[in-house]
Design a binder for this molecule. Sequence first.
Ligand SMILES: NC(=O)c1ccc[n+]([C@@H]2O[C@H](COP(=O)([O-])OP(=O)(O)OC[C@H]3O[C@@H](n4cnc5c(N)ncnc54)[C@H](O)[C@@H]3O)[C@@H](O)[C@H]2O)c1
Length: 256
Amino acid sequence: MEKMDGKVIVITGGSSGMGAAMAKDFVTRGAKVAIFDLDEEKGNHLVAEAGDAAAYYKIDVTSKAEIKKGIQSVEEKYGPLTTLVNSAGVSKMVPFLESTEELWDLTMDVNLKATFLCCQIAIERMLEHGGGEILNMSSLSGKKASSWQTIYCASKFGVQGLTQSIAKEFADQNIRVNSICPGIVYTEMWEKLKHEYARKRNIDPEEVMDYFKGNIPMHRLVEMKDVINAAVFLLTEKASYLTGQSINLVGGEWMD
Ligand SMILES: NC(=O)c1ccc[n+]([C@@H]2O[C@H](COP(=O)([O-])OP(=O)(O)OC[C@H]3O[C@@H](n4cnc5c(N)ncnc54)[C@H](O)[C@@H]3O)[C@@H](O)[C@H]2O)c1
């Protein structure tokens, strides 16, 4: 098992879905994990199971002041921040002409601005103590256009540009920044999205996942272990020459 001893990791969106799965796994590898999320109940439940190695912070990642305060508290508790995972995200599937300005603001704030803010504040700290690594949860929608997902795609294409540009700027300062681009991971996000996708395709919500599987060359969705394997690889020594890269977790659906 690849160890993560000595790492102090902030995971945004860590109360749910992929963020929560990574948090649980990283603790078993010896890391100290801090979850930044709005969902207090799920965050507290998760850290109660993980013991002293994990802590939950109720933080709105669209607020620079809250992130700054949060990272300060994490460093007081666990020591210098080594690692940031940006997994907080929102997604809604809606026809372009029904897409509102409010949805634009929310999606851009959580998916893109928060990633920018968290990277900036984390890198300030990482530079103080010699480096670190960042993983941004992007998406297949950060590379491939989809109708009814204009705003989400725009935000995730943005995450790709952000990841690559920051990676280039700090490549010679021992800070690596990479992303993962998953296809469909059946998390709470998809509990809601499947109803929206069913409307788009005019099918039953319960048929949506089989519909997707039919179109994926490997005929299965992304599993949590796929996400964890890619994340652990990117955040540890085995990926020490990788920065500004993205791993497509898509079962062969997309190859660029
Ligand atoms: N599920 C998928 O199929 C899929 C595929 C590709 C990419 N992604 C991306 O991966 C990431 C994780 O997705 P998931 O499916 O695990 O999502 P999820 O909905 O299970 O969890 C997202 C978490 O983000 C938190 N969050 C939202 N707004 C926040 C804010 N302002 N401040 C703090 N926390 C906030 C939520 O409370 C929630 O706990 C997201 O960025 C998503 O866009 C998901």
